[in-house]
Design a protein around this ligand. Structure first.
Ligand code: AMP
Length: 176
């Protein structure tokens, strides 16, 4: 893809200071979502990455990972699996706790969402400290999935989240 499109995507990401709390600069991707050309271009970045690879399922992280992950899965004609915050999935789940800046959180995955040996890619909008996606990686492996890559539209490199995901390869398109 032309670098100009990546630059347009980067320019569209809106910084919202002190959201959801003081000191956090929130990277708002809704300006990308509301623009048809930019939304398509963001999905195309993911799709280019997957061309010619054998992938069985996309796992998307609650909630913005659903927006990108489901569009990618649709285009590839493969299944989509939601990884959700605790208490949202109706059937039996595996769960993994992880620490946030303050306190703890927990993610869940349906126990039958992934078949043993399936090749999985993990998608979210943004990699920050890596706590969320590292717990996602743990859950995917726990149910027998083979995690090929974790892919993010945005990476906050100064938080070194990719180190938490090692040895899973991490790909991101817009780095800050
Ligand atoms: P982390 O577990 O620290 O890598 O946080 C990643 C999750 O929190 C992702 O699902 C992001 O959507 C969200 N997130 C964390 N920091 C930000 C931020 N500065 N702007 C937007 N979303 C964020």
């Amino acid at each position: 893809m032309a670098s100009t499109m990546t630059e347009q995507l980067r320019a569209a990401v809106r910084d919202v200071p002190d959201f959801p709390k003081k000191g956090i600069v929130f990277k708002d991707i809704t300006p990308i979502l509301k623009d048809g050309a930019l939304f398509r271009a963001s999905i195309d970045l993911f799709l280019e990455r997957f061309r010619g690879k054998k992938i069985d399922k996309v796992v998307g992280i609650d909630a913005r990972g659903f927006l990108f992950g489901s569009a990618v899965a649709y285009e590839l004609g493969i299944g989509f699996v939601p990884l959700r915050k605790k208490g949202r999935l109706p059937y039996k789940t595996e769960s993994a706790k992880y620490s946030l800046e303050y306190g703890e959180a927990e993610m869940e995955l349906h126990i039958d969402a992934i078949t043993r040996g399936e090749q999985i890619v993990l998608i979210d909008d943004l990699l920050a400290t890596g706590g969320t996606s590292a717990s996602a990686a743990t859950l995917i492996k726990k149910v027998g999935g083979e995690l090929l890559e974790a892919i993010f539209l945005i990476e906050l490199e100064f938080l070194h989240g990719r180190e938490k995901l090692a040895p899973t390869p991490v790909i991101s398109f817009l780095k800050y």
